[in-house]
Design a protein around this ligand. Sequence first.
Ligand SMILES: [Zn+2]
Length: 301
Amino acid sequence: MTVVVLALDALDAGLVEYFDATEFELESSKQIQTFAHSKDNPYTPEVWATVATGLGPDEHGITGSGTSEWNNSIFEFASRFTGRLDESTRGTLGRFVREKTGEREQIGETDVESIFDRDGAVVHNWPGVHDGSDLQRAWDLMNAVAEGKPKHEFEQELLGLAAQQFGWVREMLHHNVALAGVHIHTLDAAGHAYAEDEESLQRIYQRVAGFVDELVQILNPDDNLLLLSDHGMCTSFYRPTDRDGSPGSHSWRAYASSTTTDVPADVFDVVDWIDEHVKNGTIADEQIDIDEEHLKNLGYI
Ligand SMILES: [Zn+2]
């Protein structure tokens, strides 16, 4: 019995419907509440650390100021606008950003307890909690596409990274794992790059939806899946409300979808949802029973 949590960065509740990407709509699904702390809009590392701990940035300690790369205002400015610039301007700006960001520091990890500290839990990569290297790879790809990397190369590498992450989840289903979590940055990177390119962004949504569907097909009857996002993505072609910012900025349309009858209503509620749906101690208890039986058979007890 495994609960899988897929952290699908920037999966936009409105775009799921707009693109008719029904594979994301599991047994229950809806737009959920997210928050902004150090910025005007929801900020990736702050929200994912909150999802995993149930605490706000002041308590889990992962804020803009704790992570130099994410806190670089030039980089954020550029990532918001590169989708709107012509190729040569993008390249110039991308190089400027890379020079200004300089050497990278490690992405911060919280010291407080997270959902992945429990028995039987495993995590592949998760901003603010465990292993930021996959996120850095996705950021590198966003830089590269801003510098003029061809679309087909960007998509090949970005989706290759996603395939590795989904592949890891699929393997975990064959092991004694109570909770498996992974953060997947594909839709955020594609959303920034294609904020004004509807056809391309829809293609990436459909590919990621395909990965989700392949995973759903191999779940055992007692496994469950929770999809979450930290925010959505503002685009030029889908602007349902006046609240939408410039294309390539983060929208407030965070999303949750699950194979159970309920989803968390707020990014702060995910810890409670996990407590309710992940069977603590099941694995350990089974292990003890098996060992006792084995010992009896051997005549030791
Ligand atoms: Zn994000």
